[in-house]
Design a protein around this ligand. Structure first.
Ligand code: ADP
Ligand code: ZN
Ligand code: ZN
Length: 722
């Protein structure tokens, strides 16, 4: 090949043709360096014949490629997946490609990097900054930049510590091999039901063909044990396996559990990795040496050369939907990768999404059921508390019946979990004297009080201010009141009621790293915690045998926004959190506090009538032609200038295509009208299945232009409607 079609890592550009200089040979998928203007840039050789619309440039006008990097070529199925993702989600192909080449440093080849760690020697001058850095760094090791971030200091402070001999350099090889998991490390005796489920999955792995499978098992049924058998089969036949988890906080407990079964940990991939870890993982994955990878959604686009199995655990979780950059849904892309690779993909869940159930009904996905908990554990008893009849005391949030249940649980030496999906102390602070409300200066959102850190914080943009003593408007002191509860407020109430109990708050504020999550799991397992107060973070995956009581503080909270999936999400979340109760030998109880015990989703939860709920939800989606029957795409227009945003949105709306089976709503101001200082307008496109939504939207928007300050993004199959 004397010329090559290259996709460069520049989202503003399409593919470009280059000349392959004498003495260089390239093949599709190879990672190369090409000149772009005065600068060299990394790109990937694409297949001849792809992008047929590209104008042909004469050979003599092409610039030559500069270099071929020492990394395996991206496999063909991955190239097809990248094309599909860019096409389906209307994203620049370079932006998708970037997710595959997620470690730029790995592309430089297997090298050693220099990290630093403590020597135990104290610097001559121990400034407060230096002391803080050393204390926070502890046993950790990392690049200067990484240690500065851990220590909360500047790079200069870290370099000072190196000069003073308090930190020393360590050479780390990024090609150190990973341990090989052993499929026969221990033999797990499966129940008959589990064995039947495992056999089916194993057969698909052995066949090496595409099959999407819904592993539909109640909480505690042993879905993990079952899919471990499929991973064991992939290991035996030399294939790589990928396990996607919805939350990096779940990685650490998963690694432990995996190590018990397979003798060693799998390779982890998530945003919390250090640069050297990323580089080592990427290289091992791309060479096929990382045999089992567990990770967040971004692990999906890595260049596995011998992928044999994909598992999406807790597949109903909406955190699989990426809301920034390339707005893709990892569950759906996982199935597509399975198709490209011709391998099985298993979606494991106790509360599958309606979209997934629908695929089963259509016969596209195979369903494997595990209807009972493992080892004879019973599903918990569920009790509703009607807050309109049995209200908490004034200024409190826990009804007497729930308080009594917590007391009984404590007396038995068992553990309780109180669930409220709201971080912080109170969602709104206002002035009793003049009515002033604290709002984020960058977003149309209230500032949430966090008492633990004594700050008010915006949960949308991260803006924080110290909690003031007086009202900024009328300057009255002692006039600020907290409205409504967050987990910190519930924890205060619990401490007042049960001063002797050991209470832990579990949110992304307290479990912000895999290490913190691991410490929490240890404390729970070791019985060092009596009562957890937590957000949706505790609804997922955890298994604590001594946890026998779950209290849902405000079951109606998720129904407020009223979006398409509000009822479904409420059902899933409460079923999942209930599923944490009574997983061991002791029976579990669940109390659900609600003001609306009569609405269908509450009825379904209280009577355990899942099938009826799904049937009713599915019927109403069908009637509204909502997903999975019809399809949506959102167009979000934003600008720091409100008038400009509105004007662009209006022009886009005026140019909307008129077509049978396609409706365009809006533009309207977004519910979150200002976000990070940008004013936002939304249009919603609603289409029948038969309509080629992407082609229409692409054609529609490509005919328009707008100021460079204006951002127009398309969200295909949106999950968020703010
Ligand atoms: P799920 O993911 O379906 O909620 P898990 O896979 O976490 O369920 O299993 C629940 C608990 O039961 C775990 O502690 C697991 O180790 C245990 N368990 C499940 N199946 C078996 C088995 N066949 N042998 C021993 N323990 C099992
Ligand atoms: Zn005031
Ligand atoms: Zn904000």
């Amino acid at each position: 090949m004397s010329r090559a079609r290259i996709v460069l890592l520049n989202a503003a550009l399409g593919p470009l043709d280059y000349r392959v200089p004498h003495g260089m040979t390239v093949e599709p998928g190879q990672i190369v360096v090409a000149p772009l203007g005065p600068r060299p840039m990394v790109g990937v050789v694409w297949d001849e014949g792809s992008f047929p619309d590209l104008p042909t440039v004469g050979d003599n006008r092409l610039r030559p490629l500069l270099d071929v990097l020492d990394a395996p070529p991206l496999p063909a199925p991955l190239r097809r997946l990248i094309e599909w993702t860019a096409d389906y989600y209307l994203a620049p192909i370079a932006a998708v490609l970037r997710m595959a080449l997620a470690s730029m440093s790995a592309l430089e080849g297997g090298k050693t990097v220099i990290e630093y760690r403590q020597t135990g020697v104290l610097p001559e001058r121990l400034t407060p900054q230096r002391a803080q850095a050393l204390e926070r760094i502890g046993e950790r090791q990392g690049l200067v930049r990484e240690l500065a971030a851990i220590g909360g200091v500047t790079d200069a402070v870290i370099r000072g510590l190196v000069k003073q001999g308090a930190l020393e350099a360590v050479e780390v090889s990024t090609d150190l091999p990973f341990p090989e998991p052993d499929p026969d490390h221990v033999h797990v005796a499966l129940s008959a039901e589990q064995q039947a489920a495992a056999d089916r999955l194993v057969a698909h792995v052995a066949d090496r063909h595409f099959q999407a499978v819904l592993l539909d098992g109640v909480t505690g049924s042993g879905k993990t044990e079952v899919y471990f058998e499929a991973i064991a089969q992939a290991l035996r036949q030399g294939d790589q396996s990928l396990v996607l988890l919805p939350e990096i906080a779940l990685t650490e407990p998963f690694l432990d559990r995996f190590a018990k079964r397979f003798g060693d940990v799998p390779v982890a991939w998530h945003s919390g990795l250090k640069q050297s870890e990323r580089r080592r993982a990427w290289r091992a994955i791309s060479r096929g040496e990382a045999r089992v990878v567990v990770g967040a959604r971004s692990a999906l686009f890595l260049p596995y050369p011998r992928l044999g199995l994909i598992i999406v655990d807790e597949a109903h979780e909406t955190s699989f939907k990426q809301e920034e950059g390339v707005r893709y849904h990892a569950r759906d892309v996982a199935v597509m990768r399975g198709l490209m690779e011709q391998i099985p993909v298993a979606l494991a869940s106790a509360t599958p999404a309606i979209e997934t159930r629908h695929q089963v009904e259509l016969g596209r996905y195979e369903e494997i059921k595990l209807p009972a908990r493992y080892g004879g554990a019973e599903l918990p008893e569920i009790v509703g508390i009607d807050l309109t009849r049995d209200p908490p005391d004034r200024g409190r949030w826990l009804a007497p019946q729930l308080v009594q249940a917590i007391r009984e649980t404590l007396e038995r030496g068992e553990q309780s979990l109180l669930f409220l999906n709201r971080r912080g102390y109170a969602p709104l602070t206002l002035c009793r004297h003049c009515g002033y409300r604290f709002q984020c200066p960058n977003c149309s959102a209230w500032m949430v009080e966090h008492r633990l850190t004594r700050r008010l914080a915006c949960h949308h943009c991260g803006h924080t201010i110290p909690t003031p003593d007086a009202c900024p408007e009328c300057h009255e002191s002692d006039a600020l009141v907290a409205c409504g509860p967050g987990v910190e407020r519930i924890a205060d109430e619990v401490k007042a009621l049960f001063p002797e109990a050991r209470t832990a708050i579990v949110t992304s504020d307290t479990l912000w790293s895999p290490a913190r999550a691991a410490a929490f799991v240890r404390d729970m397992a070791g019985g060092a915690i009596d009562i957890i107060v937590g957000t949706q973070l505790v609804t997922k995956g955890y298994h604590f045998p001594e946890l026998t009581l779950v209290g849902v503080v405000d079951a109606d909270l998720g129904l407020d926004g009223g979006d398409l999936r509000a009822a479904e999400r409420t059902f899933q979340q409460i079923t999942q959190v209930s599923g944490r109760a009574g997983r061991g030998e002791k029976p579990g109880r669940v109390f659900i506090q609600t003001r609306a015990p009569g609405v269908p989703v509450m009825e379904a939860l209280l009577h355990g009538d899942e099938a009826a709920f799904y049937a009713a939800e599915t019927a109403s989606r069908r009637a509204a032609n909502a997903p999975p029957f019809g399809r949506f795409a959102a167009i979000i227009v934003s600008d720091t200038d409100a008038a400009l945003a509105q004007e662009t949105a209006r022009r886009i709306g005026q140019a909307a295509p008129r077509q049978e089976g396609l409706d365009v709503y809006g533009p309207a101001e977004a519910p979150l009208a200002v976000l990070r200082g940008r004013h936002r307008y939304r249009l919603l496109v609603h289409a029948r299945r038969s309509v080629d939504l992407q082609t229409i939207v692409r054609g529609w928007l490509s005919g328009l232009d707008w100021k460079s300050s204006t951002r127009v993004s398309v969200d295909v199959d949106p999950y968020s409607f703010v």
